[in-house]
Design a protein around this ligand. Structure first.
Ligand SMILES: Nc1ncnc2c1ncn2[C@@H]1O[C@H](COP(=O)(O)OP(=O)(O)OP(=O)(O)O)[C@@H](O)[C@H]1O
Length: 488
């Protein structure tokens, strides 16, 4: 072999590696191509040195000997054969540091080529490593080291591999040795934690969180609805379905006005079939208690001005110009959340974005992405869905809304945390019945308790405001339409 041994161990003292440790591992200082280098031997299973890793002063490496065999061998592998625990480090100096901290008594090896090829190296040495009951990875406390440890841990049966962490301020075991903190190397071995892939948690880790009382989410403008649903929570999507003209937009605008005025929040709207001016008038109307969207409805420009003043720049409306592509809408929502800091989004309506050639398939995709978006951005998306025509009484005449009537019901039902139906018999003879909206909770994923509950809403034609009322006394127009077919 080309590496020339000088037998001089002094250069290792800088790293606090003793001659005894170096000798144990066969690590030497020598000369290679006229330069002083450090030499790490790699042995095969029969105990024959097949390669040497030459480490130059500038920290570059070269393998001499059988360079093909070397990647499958671990530094120090020849010293131990099976046992309780083996520690694996990212480099030879670290392996010797850990060994020295333990009096050179317990198994420690190093991967040959650093973090990037750690998984490949350990994969080749699996049979050898499985001869130990426990494998402890003590890689560098940096990104490549942490990534490599997570990757390597997956090579082993669950529970077999543990990952040791360095105390803060120390990058690797040799740093600790140099600082005279051998004891902390040993603690790191004992405190190594079983590797768990991302996203898996143990219920015991959740204990403190589980003990916290259920927090009320953000309130609805209807106190009764807040009580029934425990409010609105970020990361969730809520679906509203109703027949034409029932008052979905109206309900949304009153909620938006409340979000702004009472909760002091910034709101984003994506109303695909209504001009922003109209939406603006309707939201402002809810602030003022005036129907600004109805001409000659007893309001003045000054009142409108003052309501707009109250909304300020806190309502961001998307002017869609008839654009109804989900991919475009998605980017607007993302922008509103990320750049405008908006956490409440109102989307009217989902059905407008469906692909007519494949309504069901496209709504499934949109719903999945919309729910993902709400979670990723930690926002609430309230959306309207149109309904399929039931076979019995039309929804516009008070026909009862069911989940199955929603266009894309399966996907909406799957991804929504709450679903609401709005019913109103717009043709009823009794004006009270005509103006009473039934808000029906169709789905409550949070507790299930609110499913089937209804809240009756009265509409004040003067102020245009909805408020909670009692059930209209007339024979109920809201009877179930058992004859209606599911939509899909
Ligand atoms: N309970 C109610 N009684 C009487 N009128 C109402 C009631 N709720 C809403 N309205 C009024 O009915 C009209 C239609 O309401 P809105 O535009 O909100 O319905 P929509 O369900 O969104 O309709 P579309 O299907 O056209 O989107 C509005 O002028 C609104 O102010």
């Amino acid at each position: 072999m080309e590496g020339l041994v000088s037998g001089d161990y002094k250069p290792l003292l800088k790293r606090k590696i003793t001659e005894e440790t170096a000798r144990k591992f066969g690590y030497q200082v020598g000369e290679y191509a006229g330069k002083v280098v450090q030499l790490a031997p790699y042995y095969d299973a029969s105990g024959t040195m097949v390669a040497q890793k030459v480490r130059f002063a500038d920290k570059t490496f070269k393998i001499v000997g059988d360079s093909k065999a070397a990647p499958g061998l671990l530094f120090g592998q020849n010293l131990w054969n099976g046992g309780k625990k083996i520690v694996i480090t990212e480099g030879e100096i670290d392996a010797m540091s850990v060994s020295q901290a333990q009096g050179n008594k317990w198994p420690v090896v190093s991967i040959p080529n650093g973090a990037p090829s750690a998984k490949k190296s350990l994969g080749k040495a699996l049979e050898y490593l499985n001869g130990f009951e426990e494998v402890i990875l003590m890689f560098d406390a940096d990104e490549p080291g942490r990534d490599a440890a997570a990757e390597c841990a997956e090579l082993f049966a669950p529970g077999k591999c543990k990952i040791a962490s360095m105390p803060s301020g120390f990058k690797d075991p040799n740093d600790l040795l140099v600082a005279g903190r051998e004891q902390e190397i040993i603690s790191a071995i004992w405190n190594a934690k079983s590797y768990r892939p991302d996203g898996l948690v143990n219920v015991i880790d959740l204990r403190e969180e589980m003990k916290k009382p259920t927090e009320m989410g953000l309130p609805w403008f209807l106190e009764e609805l807040t009580q029934l649903t425990y409010g609105r929570r970020y990361g969730e999507v809520y679906g509203f379905g109703a027949g034409t003209g029932t008052g979905k937009t109206d309900l949304f605008t009153q909620q938006i006005a409340y979000d702004r005025q009472v909760l002091g929040m910034k709101v984003g709207t994506v109303f695909l079939e209504q001009k922003p001016v109209e939406t603006g008038k309707r939201i402002a109307g809810k602030i003022a208690g005036k129907r600004f969207h109805v001409p000659n409805a007893g309001w003045t420009i000054e009142e409108l001005d003052s309501a707009v003043e109250k909304l300020g720049d806190q309502i961001v409306l998307y002017d869609s110009f008839g654009e109804t592509e989900w991919d475009v809408v998605k980017n607007k929502v993302r922008f509103m959340a990320v750049s405008e800091g908006i956490r409440l989004i109102y989307l009217d309506h989902l059905t407008a974005m469906a692909d007519t050639a494949d309504e069901k398939g496209s709504l499934e995709q949109i719903m999945k992405e919309m729910a993902g978006l709400a979670q990723e951005l930690d926002i609430i998306i309230h959306f309207v869905s149109h309904l399929a025509t039931p076979e019995g009484k039309p929804h516009e005449e008070g026909g009862r809304v069911s989940i199955r009537h929603f266009k894309g019901s399966r996907a909406i039902g799957f991804w929504s945390f709450f679903m609401f139906g709005l019913e109103r018999d717009q043709q009823a003879e009794d004006p009270v019945v005509r103006k009473t909206t039934t808000l029906r909770i169709l789905k409550d994923r949070y507790t299930g308790q609110a499913t089937g509950e209804v809240i009756y809403l009265a509409y004040d034609s003067e102020t245009g405001l909805l408020s909670v009322t009692t059930a209209p006394t007339e024979a109920s127009p809201f009877k179930d339409e058992t004859g209606s077919k599911p939509e899909f």
